[in-house]
Design a protein. Structure first.
Length: 283
C-alpha cells in the first residue's frame, strides 16, 4: 500500500505553536475513519512530530486499525480490519487506508494489517536532520512469512507538510532486513538485504542515499553478498556484509578495524574475524 503523500499547505505566519491534547487528536482521527457494523477504528500509535521536526504548526502521526473481519491463511476469522496511517495537522486528519470492498468477504482487500513501529530517526550528527521511520506488515502465509514495509517521511518547511522520502518491501523470513543507519560512515543511508532466488543462495545488498531532492530513489550500490543463507554466522546479514559494503563505497579497506555490528550477540564480543569477505562470528 502506498502511503498518502500529503498535499502542500499554505505557509503559516511565524507564531508559537499551539498544542491540541492527544485525546482530541485521536477522537478526530476515529471520527474521520470509516465504521463497520457500528464499530470504530482503534488507535494503536500516537507520535508528536511538532517538537522533533520543529514544525510551523502542530503535526501528529497516528496509526489506527480499522474495524472489520477477515480470514487468515488458516481460514480463521480475525476480528480486525486493515491499518490506517494518518498525519494530523492541528486537528485535521489526513489518512491513508484501503477502500472497503462490499462485494466480497472479508470486506477489505488485502493490505497492511500490522503496525510495528513509528519513530523519529536522524540522518545528521547530534540529532539533526530528522526523518519519520514507519514499519508495517501484511498478512502472513502458512509458513509465517509476511511482507514488511519500511517508510521514511521528511518534513518540508516550505509547504509545512510531510512527504514520502523512501518506501520498500521485504519479507520476514530468511533473514531479510531493511535498516536505516543512524551512526557511522553510512549515517543517513538505508541498507536492505533480500535473498537471491538462484543457488548458491545469498543476498542482494542495496544501499540508498538521499539525493538533492531529499528522496531515496535508485540505490547507489547493489551487489550479491559474500554471506550465504544458512552459513552459520550469528551476525545479521547487513552486519556480516558491512566490510564489503564499506569497501565498495571506499569507506573501508582490508587491514582496517572491523566495523562494529549494529546487533552484536554477546557470544560474538571480541571474537569477530573476516572470512571470505564476510565479517564472521563463530558458533
Amino acid at each position: 500500500m502506498a502511503f498518502l503523500a500529503l498535499l502542500p499547505l499554505r505557509a503559516l505566519a511565524d507564531r508559537a505553536v499551539s498544542h491540541a491534547p492527544a485525546t482530541a487528536i485521536n477522537q478526530r482521527v476515529i471520527a474521520a475513519l470509516p465504521k463497520w457494523h457500528g464499530r470504530s477504528a482503534e488507535i494503536v500509535d500516537h507520535l508528536d512530530l511538532t517538537s522533533p521536526f520543529g514544525t510551523q504548526s502542530q503535526w501528529t502521526f497516528v496509526a489506527a486499525l480499522l474495524p472489520g473481519s477477515r480470514a487468515n491463511v488458516f481460514s480463521e476469522i480475525v476480528h480486525s480490519g486493515p491499518l490506517a496511517i494518518c498525519f494530523v495537522h492541528d486537528l485535521k486528519p489526513q489518512c491513508s487506508y484501503p477502500a472497503a470492498d462490499k462485494s466480497t468477504h472479508p470486506p477489505w482487500r488485502e493490505n497492511l494489517f500490522h503496525f510495528y513501529a513509528a519513530k523519529v530517526v536522524f540522518a545528521g550528527a547530534n540529532h539533526t536532520d530528522p526523518l519519520l521511520l514507519v514499519t508495517t506488515g501484511g498478512a502472513s502465509g502458512v509458513n509465517g512469512n509476511h511482507p514488511v514495509y519500511t517508510h521514511l517521511f521528511s518534513y518540508n518547511r516550505r509547504i509545512n507538510g510531510f512527504q514520502a522520502a523512501f518506501h520498500n518491501m521485504t519479507y520476514s523470513n530468511n533473514n531479510q532486513e531493511t535498516r536505516f543507519v543512524e551512526h557511522g560512515p553510512l549515517r543517513g543511508d538505508v541498507v536492505s538485504a533480500v535473498p537471491t532466488v538462484t543457488a548458491p543462495y545469498a543476498y542482494w545488498i542495496s544501499v540508498y542515499a538521499r539525493n538533492r531532492e531529499g528522496q531515496y530513489s535508485d540505490p547507489v550500490l547493489r551487489y550479491r553478498s559474500a554471506t550465504r543463507y544458512g552459513d552459520g554466522n550469528h551476525l545479521a546479514v547487513i552486519d556480516s556484509e558491512m566490510p564489503n559494503i564499506l569497501e565498495h563505497l571506499d569507506k573501508w579497506k582490508p587491514g582496517d578495524p572491523l566495523p562494529i555490528p549494529h546487533r552484536l550477540p554477546s557470544r560474538c564480543a571480541h571474537r569477530l574475524f573476516l572470512r571470505g569477505g564476510e565479517e564472521w562470528c563463530p558458533q
